[in-house]
Write a protein that binds this ligand. Structure first.
Ligand code: COA
Length: 403
């Protein structure tokens, strides 16, 4: 491909290979309370499924990037990169295997690092995995550990949990924009409807709006059906360079762009608590780099760890004005709506194994874009936007996938 760059009044002609990056295989475990499977079982199960799907051999793999958020404090297991390589039988071959950690956006971060490693020309084939095993401990233990993704000194130390922070944001948002609780619940109703058709989802029950509105209170105004669950699960994709797929006559789904942006760690430091600034910044970068327009997006997988975030994401990704996402949640986000959201069931119904979420989104999008999404297939799906977010919005990582 030929690139022309303008440098002031001088023209510089640069001839370069485009070095596009493709997803050529994908696999995941079921998400849920998987007491019969360990952290390593889950990681390897997903990895093998992806490798098999891609039709590659261990000799093809240049590197492994493994996403995980909390294994050190939940499972007392660090050194996840080595664990995955060892248990996959790849240690003897010396294949580099590194862990990537960025809280609940670890999966997106690993995907991005792998993408950049191929884009730079360093590698041709990289396996990206994400794994989390959260249900081996329960009650206040898991609540305390999962709250470590917040600011320890300014939030978690005072008893705040992710649900409590999301509830503060929801209360202020509902007050300032006159949004009723029903709009939040509708987001979960849509997730459960889609999750009911996803065999890998943690919850496959449909929800009525009454069930969603009347479930057990967690942190007012949020109740259980506004919250993602604690989940076990793993997901993996195989990325390959353009030269690899041409040489080996493979087809894949192209990663059109990858972008990341940050915001303050503690919610209280932000200018507006109901604006996800990292999401706003990342989506603009991702769209610019992809060369497509917002209207071209066929569907999105968004990081709705709480229903309120689902609404804020619709706004900060640029699909509704602030305070107006309520107009999209009844019909527009459905599978046959103008902007389908979370065909997989999202974090609410598919599940929320922290480090696996971002990679799981890529698995779902890969299947959609290959026309292999079963009962949740979106007609003529061409471009997918994946939004993976850390904690209450500290980092947002966006990938746009397409042809
Ligand atoms: N949605 C639907 N059902 C849920 C659920 C959820 N989010 N969470 C738990 N359940 C179900 C369980 O499957 C279980 O069902 P069963 O009795 O049929 O087996 C039942 O509710 C009780 O489960 P339990 O694990 O005891 O729930 P809990 O009360 O300990 O925890 C929440 C429920 C919602 C408080 C907990 O999942 C939570 O804190 N979620 C938020 C996760 C989070 O903070 N993510 C951070 C993202 S930044």
């Amino acid at each position: 491909m030929l690139y022309i760059q303008s440098l002031g009044k001088y023209w510089l002609w640069v001839i370069a290979l485009s070095n596009e990056v493709y997803i050529i295989g994908a696999g995941e475990t079921k998400f849920g309370e998987l007491w019969d499977k360990s952290l390593r079982n889950l990681a390897v199960e997903a990895g093998l499924k992806a490798v098999e799907d891609a039709g590659i051999y261990s000799k093809d793999i240049d590197a492994i990037y493994g996403a995980n958020s909390l294994a050190g404090i939940i499972n007392m297991q660090e050194n996840i990169g080595a664990l995955i390589a060892d248990f996959s039988g790849l240690s003897a071959e010396g294949i580099p295997s590194l862990r990537v950690e960025s809280s609940t956006a670890s999966g997106g971060a690993a995907l991005r690092d792998a993408y950049l490693s191929i884009k730079s020309g360093e590698y041709d084939v990289v396996v990206v995995g994400g794994v989390e095993k959260m249900t081996d401990i329960h009650g206040s233990d898991i609540l305390e550990k999962s709250s470590s993704i917040l600011d320890r000194e300014w939030e978690a130390f005072f008893g705040a949990t992710p649900a409590a922070m999301a509830a503060l944001i929801a209360r202020k948002y509902m007050h300032d924009f006159g949004v009723e609780k029903e709009a939040l619940s509708m987001f979960s109703v849509n997730d459960h409807l889609n999750g009911s058709k996803n065999p890998d989802a943690q919850f496959r029950n449909k929800l009525t709006i009454q069930q969603a509105m009347n479930s057990t209170a967690v942190a007012d105004p949020l109740n259980m059906m506004d919250c993602s669950p604690m989940s076990d699960g793993a997901a993996a994709v195989v990325l390959a360079s353009e030269s690899f797929i041409k040489k080996n006559k493979r087809e894949g789904v192209r990663i059109l762009s990858s972008a990341v942006a940050e915001d303050y760690l503690s919610v209280g430091s932000r200018k507006s608590i109901y604006t996800l600034n990292s999401t706003k910044l990342a989506v603009e970068k991702a769209l610019r780099k992809s060369g497509i327009k917002r209207n071209d997006i066929s569907f999105m997988e968004v990081h709705d760890s709480f229903s309120i975030f689902g609404l804020l994401e619709l706004e900060d990704l640029g699909f509704a004005e602030k305070g107006k996402a309520k107009d999209l949640v009844y019909d527009e986000i459905k599978l046959n709506g103008s902007i389908p959201v979370n065909p997989s069931g999202g974090l609410k119904a598919k599940g929320d194994p922290y480090g696996a979420v971002g990679v799981g989104q890529a698995v779902d999008a890969y299947r959609q874009l290959k026309g292999k999404a079963g009962d949740n297939q979106i007609k003529d799906a061409k471009y997918a936007l994946l939004h993976n977010m850390a904690g209450t919005g500290t980092s947002s990582i966006i990938h746009i996938l397409g042809e």
